[in-house]
Structures are given as structure tokens and as C-alpha cells.
Design a binder for this molecule. Structure first.
Ligand SMILES: Nc1nc(=O)c2c([nH]1)NC[C@@H]1CN(c3ccc(C(=O)N[C@@H](CCC(=O)O)C(=O)O)cc3)C=[N+]21
Length: 307
């Protein structure tokens, strides 16, 4: 009976975040080359890292390399973890005033003597390439054009692409985001709401979390706990975005895993992001995207199509 047509689409399509990010970086490299030709100016991103957190060091190095690889200028400022909040605020003030600097990223988390909200608030919103400043968060909430946080932006690009690959769109779908952080959960909710999804933000106090997740056509996991989302929490045919990047030890070896039990979930999901090579590389590509956008807006150049 079923031999003539396939009733369900194939499951377990693994989204190639690394490949998508590479394609995005190639497009951005072309924009950078065009901007240099047209104006003789190069976008410049400054990354500030306070302290010696080993994971942060790895990300910061990779951000710097990818910034240079697409032809932009990268500067990294390393400060000791004994730096005072006032010293960091003074540095941000200098970077805000420096016309050569187009983007400022202060790597989080910060040492405990600092208030990250206060530090982020000190960054000129036009240079806030993370999109974390209240001004950019507010613009996203009311539908004005601003700078959108990198991880949610990259996740949305992957979701739209996965839906398009199935001849589908995001409008009207039930989206469940597990995690309510200012840097992922909340902005992700705003973006999906703007796509006409019906959005639920679940968190540690949510009742019947498994049931809530089972209702999701789109499930975004952003809790920061390894394999927290079990396979049987995933609806058959859901789109699954795993934002988690957790370093765990298996048989004495370090391994990177997401917030989703990938092996348990992959045959249920219509499309799923892996960890690594899923959302992570998109986060960095979107940071480069945001830096180019900030550069254009600061110089009153038209923002290139798609940026
Ligand atoms: N102000 C600020 N902005 C950030 O965007 C920010 C931050 N602070 N603090 C730390 C987190 C973490 N983050 C990652 C970005 C890329 C990968 C990434 O590319 N991961 C690779 C694997 C890398 C590896 O092997 O460790 C992957 O998932 O394939 C991971 C993590 C940005 N963050």
C-alpha cells in the first residue's frame, strides 16, 4: 500500500553548520573586499578578554583567526583577572571613541568583581557586535533594525534553511526554547516570534518540561547542561537546534557534547544540528556579519544585501 508514496519525510538530517558558516564567511569576505576597494577602509573588530579561562582563550583565538581570514582587522586585548571594573570601563570608553574600531566584543563570563550588565551597557550600541546592549535588545523586541545576537541569528539562518529544504516555512509552528538567557533564549524567542512562530520559553521552573518539548515543531536547546534533552522529548519530525557546548570527560578523554542527547534524538528530528560543527561556527560567522554591518552603519555606507 505504501510503496507508491512516502508518508513521512526522511528523519535524521544532520544540519551542516560548519559548511553553512564557511559559505557565509566566503560571502562576507567578498563584501569586505568590495568595501576596501570602494572606500579604502577595513572593518576592525576588537575582542577583550579578562582572565585566563581556557575555553574562552580557544574561542577568542578562533574569532581572531576567522576575522583576519575574511580580510578584516582583528585586535585582541588581554587583561588579567585582577582588573577592576573601572579599568575595564575606561578601556571600553577609549574603544568607543576610537574611530578605527568598528566592533567591540567583551568575552563573557567576566570575573566576579564585575557586573556584566554594567560593562555591556558601557559599550556604544553602534559598536556592540554581540547585540547584547539594552538598546539592541530593545530594538529587537519592538521590531526596529539593530544588531542581533550572533548565536540566535545563526540558529535562525540554519532553521530557515532546513525548513526551505523541506519546502516548508517557520510561520505558524510551535517553537519551544529551553533556556531564558539574555544572550540566547530571549533573543531567539524574539526572532522566532518575528517569523510568526508560536513561541514558548521553558526554563528550570517549567512544569512537565518533557511534555512541553514534545509539543515543539521547533525545539531550541540552550540550557548549558550536557545531554539534558532526552531523545523521547523530541516530537517526530521536529526541527532541532542544539546551542549547548559542554566539555565532558568520557574514558579520561575530553569530548564536546550539546544539550541534546544527539543519538537518541536524531532519528526523530527532521533536521538536527550536531555539536561540534553545528551552531558554534555560525556564532562566529554572524559575529563577522555584525562587524561588517556596524562598520557600514558607522561610515554611512549602504549595508550589503543579506548582511
Ligand atoms: N561576548 C561574548 N560573545 C560570545 O559570542 C561568546 C562569549 N562572549 N563567551 C563564550 C561564548 C561561546 N562562544 C562560542 C563560539 C563559537 C564556538 C565554536 O565555534 N565551537 C566549535 C567547536 C570549538 C571547540 O572545539 O571547542 C563548534 O561548535 O563546532 C563555540 C563557542 C561564543 N561566546
Amino acid at each position: 500500500m505504501t510503496a507508491f508514496h512516502q508518508i513521512t519525510a526522511p528523519r535524521g538530517n544532520i544540519i551542516d553548520g560548519a559548511g553553512y558558516a564557511k559559505a557565509l564567511r566566503d560571502r562576507l569576505a567578498a563584501h569586505v573586499a568590495n568595501l576596501k576597494n570602494a572606500h579604502g577602509l577595513t572593518p576592525c573588530l576588537v575582542v577583550v578578554i579578562v582572565g585566563e579561562d581556557p575555553a574562552s582563550q580557544v574561542y577568542v583565538k578562533s574569532k581572531g583567526e576567522m576575522t583576519q581570514a575574511i580580510g578584516m582587522e582583528s585586535r585582541t586585548i588581554r587583561l588579567p583577572d585582577t582588573t577592576s571594573e573601572d579599568e575595564l570601563l575606561k578601556l571600553i570608553d577609549d574603544l568607543n571613541r576610537d574611530p578605527v574600531v568598528n566592533g567591540i566584543l567583551v568575552q563573557l563570563p567576566l570575573p566576579k568583581q564585575m557586573s556584566s550588565l554594567k560593562v555591556i551597557d558601557a559599550i556604544n550600541p553602534d559598536k556592540d557586535v554581540d547585540g547584547f546592549h539594552v538598546s539592541n535588545a530593545g530594538k529587537l523586541a519592538v521590531g526596529l533594525d539593530g544588531i542581533v545576537p550572533c548565536t540566535p541569528l545563526g540558529s535562525l539562518m540554519l532553521l530557515k534553511d532546513a525548513a526551505a529544504a523541506h519546502g516548508d516555512t517557520l510561520a505558524g509552528k510551535n517553537a519551544v526554547i529551553v533556556g531564558r538567557s539574555n544572550i540566547v533564549g530571549k533573543p531567539m524567542a524574539q526572532l522566532l516570534l518575528n517569523q510568526d512562530c508560536t513561541v514558548t520559553i521553558a526554563h528550570s521552573k517549567t512544569k512537565n518540561l518533557a511534555e512541553v518539548c514534545r509539543g515543539a515543531d521547533i525545539l531550541v536547546a540552550a540550557v548549558g547542561r550536557p545531554k539534558f534533552i532526552a531523545g523521547d522529548w523530541v516530537k517526530d519530525g521536529a526541527y532541532l537546534i542544539d546551542v549547548g557546548i559542554n566539555r565532558i570527560e568520557i574514558d579520561g578523554k575530553g569530548k564536546l557534547v550539546g544539550d541534546v542527547d544527539f543519538d537518541g534524538a536524531k532519528d526523530r528530528a527532521l533536521a538536527i544540528t550536531p555539536v561540534p560543527k553545528g551552531v558554534g561556527p555560525m556564532t562566529i560567522a554572524c559575529l563577522l556579519n555584525n562587524t561588517i554591518k556596524a562598520f557600514c552603519l558607522q561610515n554611512l555606507f549602504p549595508v550589503p544585501e543579506g548582511v
